[in-house]
Design a protein around this ligand. Structure first.
Ligand code: FDA
Length: 385
């Protein structure tokens, strides 16, 4: 049985980054990846362009039962450190909205840069799905194909449950439980909402809207889909959404409907609103709430104006659910951080066992925050394995 200093389970963003830096410290490392190739999520991320970090990384952009947990790793390895890392690989980037950084050489550029950075004392084995782990003075890791390997330190970098087609399994959670770790309930997040009464005619319509969940507000596009609602505002809101709770949408966040009616009082309601919003949406929405499309704005009753305010500025609904792990960019919840050191990522219950990346109960907002967590937590663990 081959013996290593460190075995890392999972060659995603966190596992690869940890492997690179642990090997740079001279450790003999083995990364085991269940899928046929490494970094599958990196490849699909950001629509193939990998939103690898954000200019504005602070703990406020992360959800966890312990909101302080992410602070140490994010400050030990910052967004600027990762920007330097990719710049040294001659990769370039551009800023989209809200500080999101995308790689000009696309996701493949990031993945190839990571693979190129792996030192020779770090071995990567793909199509090597881990079946179980045991511990007796050292870790023994067994694969589903019967092979097994030994190491002094074990790093669990197996990600969450989303996008099962890309290799996700629950092995990380099972290992955590096996060594006595508590779990924070997992749910799909950064995921489209489903609606009971879907407005199929609206599928494909995008509207810049303010979406509000609890005290969180997001002002970006929403997108009507065949199953409900998606788009960045909705995906972000889903991170904070508790099942059966209300979501509010302001479809006219930058204008006031009373002012529109006043300024366009000679126009019909439909003609006035279609200058502000996509016509398909205006037609469907006015019909849905039985508002008179062809009445002049000046002739609307007080009740009708109040209804317009309600349905365009303060529309409230309860999603019937989400599109689940199949469509979720991330998994909220995971290994409880209270039993893991925030400075080293080492288990407080089991020596030389580390958890990094999405498998932990640390979930970032849409915008490069999840990759930054993977880089930061992977880097930190690499210093101590
Ligand atoms: P990750 O899931 O990347 O890696 C875990 C690895 O473990 C996988 O390769 C898996 O195959 C392997 N594994 C699982 N079980 C195993 C087993 N039993 N044996 C061996 N290997 C096993 N984030 C962001 O910041 N910017 C973005 O642009 C995007 N875009 C995006 C798009 C889409 C479609 C998705 C699904 C997700 C994103 N994300 C994102 C989220 C981001 O991809 C995610 O948070 C990180 O990849 C998490 O990195 P990890 O390394 O923790 O897990």
């Amino acid at each position: 049985m081959s013996k290593y200093d460190v075995i890392i389970i999972g060659a995603g963003a966190a596992g690869l980054f940890c492997g690179i830096h642990a090997a740079k410290r001279g450790r003999k490392v083995l990364i085991l990846e269940g899928a046929k190739g490494p970094g599958k999520k990196i490849l699909v991320s950001g629509g193939g362009r990998c939103n690898f970090t954000n200019l504005d990384i602070t703990p406020n952009f992360y959800v966890s039962q312990n909101p302080h947990f992410c602070k140490s790793a994010l400050s030990q390895y910052t967004n600027w450190d990762f920007i330097s890392f990719i710049s040294e690989l001659n990769l370039t980037y551009n800023e989209k909205t809200l500080g999101q950084l995308f790689c000009d050489q696309k996701s493949r550029g990031i993945l190839e840069g990571l693979l190129k950075s792996i030192p020779s004392n770090c071995e990567l084995k793909v199509s090597s799905r881990v079946n179980e782990v045991s511990y007796e003075d050292y870790y023994k890791v067994s694969l589903t194909n019967g092979d097994s390997f030994q190491a002094d330190s074990l790093v669990v970098a197996t990600g969450g449950l989303s996008f099962p087609g890309l290799g996700a399994t629950d092995i990380g959670y099972r290992i955590a439980k096996q060594f006595g770790h508590k779990m924070v309930e997992t749910t799909p997040a950064l995921v489209p909402f489903t609606l009971e009464n879907v407005l199929k005619n609206l599928a494909g319509v995008a509207i810049e809207s303010e979406v509000c969940v609890g005290n969180k507000k997001f002002l970006e596009n929403i997108l009507w889909t065949h199953k409900g609602l998606s788009g960045p505002s909705i995906l972000k809101a889903s991170l904070y959404w508790e099942s059966k709770s209300k979501v509010k949408i302001n479809f006219l966040p930058k204008s006031d409907i009373y002012q529109i009616l006043k300024d366009k009082n000679k126009k019909t309601l439909l003609n006035a609103l279609k200058e502000e919003l996509p016509i398909r949406f205006v037609e469907e929405w006015l019909k849905l709430f039985k508002l008179p499309l062809n009445r002049k704005c000046a002739e609307l009753s007080g009740d009708q104006k109040e209804l317009l305010v309600k349905v365009f500025h303060h529309w409230e609904f309860i999603p019937s659910g989400t599109e689940g792990y199949r469509k979720a960019e991330v998994t909220r919840g995971g290994v409880d951080t209270n039993q893991v050191s925030s400075k080293t990522m080492e288990s407080r219950l089991q020596k030389n066992l580390f958890f990094i990346g999405e498998v932990l109960d640390v979930t970032g907002l849409l915008g490069g925050y999840n990759f930054q967590w993977a880089w930061s937590s992977g880097y930190v663990a690499a210093k101590y394995v």
